[in-house]
Ligand binder design. Sequence first.
Ligand code: DSN
Length: 418
Amino acid sequence: MTFWGPSFDDLQQTDPEIAGVVLDELTRLRSGLQLIASENFTSPAVLAALGSTLSNKYAEGYPGKRYYGGCEVVDVAEELGIARAKELFGADHANLQPHSGASANLAVYGAFLNPGDTVLAMSLPHGGHLTHGTKVSFSGKWFNAVHYGVAQHNEDIDYDQMRDLAREHRPKMIIAGGSAIPRLIDFKAFREVADEVGAILMVDAAHFIGLVAGKAIPSPVPYADVVTFTTHKVLRGPRGGMLVCKAEHAAKLDKAVFPMMQGGPLMHAIAAKAVALKEAATPAYQDYARQVIANSIALTDGLAAEGMRPVTGGTDTHLSLLDLQGIDVTGQQAEARCAAAGIVLNKNAIPYDPQPPSVASGIRVGTPSVTTQGMTEGDMKEIAGLIGRAIKDDDASAAADIRQGVDALVKAHPAYAR
Ligand code: DSN
């Protein structure tokens, strides 16, 4: 049997406009520095699984218990993925079907809560996530969300506030994790509070699960009832979601993913998740995860030397938040000035931010993508200097000069080189 797979010629002949978009995006990825903390460059093997005929199969249900015939082949992919996830994370149970991190989170609410129940989570402006009880999401519309934040003195999670709010509101579920938390999270502290008030503990590990997989930081799995995550950040898999949980919650969570919240699973994405999990179990990936953190620390130190204040004073992970108030630039301005020089990052609210989120006083930077390109600490120092100039030296000739520096870096460490 030989492989039949899509060729780019097929796309070019059928739809030259979309083929052009695909090529333009490849050029964009290759020609700039990608510092969005939640992005990465997934591998050719993952992309091959994504672009396969597994996309055709309807497979509602779970391996061995499907609603349609013909699932015996895709069952193998899902079984492999589940086994690999359990092994990699030391988890009792895994579900690879959530279409995204938000879908995984929705399923957890569905499994454990009824509308109107109370959930305690980190507030979005302090680093949480839309699905952790914000008013614009199902989580804040249908549930009574109470929020803890970071302490003003160290800008790290305010564990005392979290405990006090849990005692006062007796939430049915406590959520740890978020989108802009540069420091390690004390999962044991969360577990103790959850046990004290009789709450389920959900850890949203989307940002840092790749570092856990690479054994570079401690795991939430021993402490949490359920851990949700996306598969496309540091973990370097396809765009999608996943969850792992304790055995006692397995049936409930499986039913909440399907049929409560989702229909047919995306079998091509599940196969690609299985590939990423295999890649993440290698020593090479563990080296990568450690380098992501080393690079993040080097980049943060470099940006601090450029006058940007690292929120919490630094980072333990793949991302950091920089407060730009000291150099009198907004996050919005910094994002645009860096973009003009080929450096892609995002404006981000900092804790107790005086600016609205659309302007923001900070930026968020992350190192998953540049580390996949093979860059190391020396390169991070250079990138910090380029960002410093891009942000502070607001004229067109500077942008052209900085662009040259970016070009040199991406030429030395090309993305998708072959
Ligand atoms: N949008 C993701 C991030 O950038 O962190 C979170 O969902």
